[in-house]
Design a protein around this ligand. Structure first.
Ligand SMILES: [Zn+2]
Length: 51
């Protein structure tokens, strides 16, 4: 439930939010391929509360 990934470029204003790791990774890879920029992906999925 509720996975969230924040892709951010450190060399231009490019950034995006994705709800799946594979989509975030492909966005990351395509920006790096196109620009050679340094892009990082943060897993910002909310931590599931333990009952
Ligand atoms: Zn960039």
């Amino acid at each position: 439930m509720g996975d969230a990934f924040h892709v951010v470029c450190h060399e231009c204003p490019e950034e995006g939010m994705y709800d799946s790791r594979s989509r975030a990774e492909s966005a990351c890879d395509s920006h790096t391929d196109e620009t050679g920029h340094n892009v990082t992906m943060l897993d910002i999925s909310p931590v599931a509360p333990n009952p």
